[in-house]
Design a protein around this ligand. Structure first.
Ligand code: ZN
Length: 642
């Protein structure tokens, strides 16, 4: 089915299509990549791109290597070409050197099809067409010209001005004055941004991202295909924001591409995006390109064979320059900072110049300030009490207004601080897990939230809810235990997973390279009668699909566990979550008097780094800064070859 579709000859889009089926012409599915000068931090070179196009095309029967090659990017109100030119419009600037010629010559020789794309801003599109095609139109590989409509007059209208039929027709005419066989592509993720009726000579590209799953992507792309059928459509995929699900596919470019071809009969182009291309098509030694470990997640590339070494820090009064120098010397790669500290003047600039990534810690349902203002927001336990145990004070996870407020706050801080990552803390149900000892009675753990909001929402999910007393927590808990225990656990987990998704998709929508680290309670699957799901409501399989890392808080000393327990938690989370796991460990004692020795810390650190761990996060910096012996042992372990 898939092979037959891929090899099927598709409607040309050149000239009149004459009705539903369109003409059959010689045009095969193109498969390749999107290239821009702002993709990988360093360009691995034309030979590398040749290989990517060939390897991508080889995944689909009869496919031809094809690329979207971006030759201008938004610059001020206009655009900047990546080749020398003498533009008439002041909104067009040009580069000193040519960044395209060598690659195009190579593509000519290897039967590629190349689309040359611009991001116009307010620059006159027809002048851009002539500048680009006068320079590169002689290349036999060039088949057309493309416009990313997201950036068409985008400084006045976010997400671009919709393109009318008349505009598209004029652009197509300008393009075809260079070669009558050329075509025009228009790219966006909203069909309403593209010409309402003009179809001939056009290719419609969807670059939607931040989707929850492959199925969701295919459904959205199929809708796109139907919107423009029988005209050809094409798709960009492989964005960092979708990595949490596509990294789990056996062969992401093939699996995604084949699913699209099976669902979208008029699909004519499949392009892996350059933001993660190095991850999926690793550069060979011939490129002289930096080995994977040295690439930066800033370009979406993070296979990280080197461990992430993080440190949590909440406040700091001293000199920031000294602080970053100490971290650098110790081997810290990533700082997990409070919002307040990350916002401190100079903090982000120093992190950047030290090459240390910044994750901002964002507490979700721990809400002491909001609860002081509005006690009605408290989660409610099964015995009808507010969810408060010492400093641990939890909001109800079901209130729409509160959920939205948290998502808005997360978006605001991501916009303002532009961090590399967000570290979601307290995204679970109420429990003071730090105080739960290995032999504690699982039945004694607090169960929440039994507030009327949660109970009404839960009742709505049941088809036999008439007996559920929604205004009496204790009676409701008894009824649920007797009638709907499994459904309750599922409901608790879905409440948390949906909240995580709401925050993650909202923040990745404003910063698609953002990484999300999600803190999980350090309970293994069977611990305390399945308390990780039953009490904390953390469904690690679901959370692992939407977060980039799950981070169990493996504070062994306070939990009366031996160091090797840390490795067992990491393995359990990795298996349950099927995603990278980044354990955090404690450096100094908390909640108990006994010392945490240097030897114990070393054993904990070694256990935390055991496979399949993605690294370690120290909780917290102050405990290292004030104990030179512990700093020394950390330095020793981190500087060992691994
Ligand atoms: Zn509630």
């Amino acid at each position: 089915m898939v092979a037959a579709l891929a090899a099927a000859v598709l409607a040309s889009g050149c000239g009149p299509t004459g009705g539903d089926g369109g003409q059959e012409a010689e045009r095969w599915v193109g498969a390749g990549f999107r290239f821009s000068a702002y993709g990988p931090g360093r360009d691995p070179g034309a030979e590398y791109w040749l290989r990517v196009g060939q390897e991508m095309a080889a995944r689909f029967d009869g496919a031809v290597p094809e690329t979207i090659w971006i030759v201008s990017r938004l610059h001020g109100d206009g655009t900047e070409l990546n080749f020398p030119a003498q533009p008439a419009s002041p909104l067009i600037t040009a580069a000193q050197d040519d960044h395209n010629q060598a690659a195009l010559e190579l593509f000519d020789r290897h039967g590629f099809r190349v689309w040359l794309q611009v991001e116009p801003g307010h620059a006159p599109v027809e002048e851009l067409i002539h500048l680009v095609l006068e320079r590169y139109g002689s290349h036999p590989s060039v088949v057309g010209f493309g416009i990313d409509v997201e950036w068409y007059q985008s400084t006045e209208r976010p997400e671009g001005k919709p393109v009318t039929d008349a505009e598209a027709a004029a652009w197509l005419a300008a393009i075809r004055s260079h070669d009558p066989s050329y075509r025009l592509f228009l790219k966006h993720w909203e069909a309403t941004k593209l010409p309402p009726t003009l179809r001939d000579g056009l290719l419609f590209i969807d670059d939607s991202q931040i989707l929850p799953s492959l199925d969701a992507m295919v459904a959205e792309f199929a809708e796109w295909g139907r919107s423009f059928a029988p005209a050809p459509v094409a798709f960009q995929f492989g964005y960092p924001s979708d990595r949490p699900w596509w990294r789990q596919l056996a062969d992401p470019p093939r699996d995604i591409g084949q699913a699209i071809l099976a669902a979208v009969p008029n699909a004519a182009g499949l392009y892996w995006v350059d933001f993660t291309v190095l991850d999926v098509f690793p550069p060979g030694p011939e490129t002289g390109f930096v080995p994977p470990g040295a690439a930066s997640p800033a370009n979406g590339y993070d296979p990280t064979p080197r461990p992430i070494v993080g440190v949590k820090i909440y406040d700091f009064e001293g000199d920031l320059g000294t602080l970053f120098a100490e971290w650098k010397e110790l081997g810290i790669t990533t700082v997990f900072a409070s919002v307040e500290l990350a916002a401190r003047e100079g903090f982000r600039e120093l992190a950047k110049s030290a090459g240390i990534e910044l994750y901002v810690i964002f507490p979700v349902l721990y809400a002491p300030e909001e609860l002081a203002e509005d006690p009605g927001l408290y989660a409610v336990t099964a015995d009808g009490r507010p969810a408060k145990d010492d400093w641990v004070q939890f909001a109800c996870p079901s209130r729409e207004e509160f959920r939205q407020r948290r998502a808005d706050q997360a978006v605001e801080l991501v916009r303002r601080l532009r961090p590399d990552g967000l570290s979601l803390d307290f995204i679970r149900h109420f429990v003071f897990w730090e105080m739960v000892a290995p032999d504690d009675d699982p039945a004694g753990l607090p169960d929440a939230c039994y507030c009327p909001h949660c109970l009404r929402r839960f009742a709505a999910t049941l088809d036999r809810a008439s007996g559920l007393p929604v205004d009496d927590p204790a009676a409701a808990a008894a009824w649920i235990r007797a009638n709907a225990a499994e459904e309750w656990i599922r409901f608790k987990q879905e409440t948390i997973s949906a909240l995580a998704w709401q925050i993650i998709q909202a923040t990745k929508a404003v910063r698609s390279h953002l990484r999300v680290n999600l803190h999980v309670v350090p309970w293994r699957t069977g611990d305390f009668d399945g308390a990780i799901g039953r009490i904390a409501g953390q469904d690690r399989a679901a959370l692992g699909r939407i977060a980039d890392y799950l981070s169990p808080m493996c504070y062994s000393h306070m939990l009366y566990r031996p160091p090797e327990w840390i490795a067992s938690v990491v393995r359990d989370v990795a298996e349950a979550g099927d995603c990278p796991v980044l354990p955090s460990i404690q450096v100094a004692p908390a909640y108990r008097e006994e010392t945490l020795s240097v030897e114990e810390l070393e054993a904990c650190l070694r256990a935390a780094l055991e496979p399949p761990s993605a690294g370690v996060v120290f909780w917290e910096w102050d405990a290292i800064a004030t104990d030179p012996d512990k700093a020394a042992v950390i330095r020793k372990v981190l500087h060992e070859p691994r």
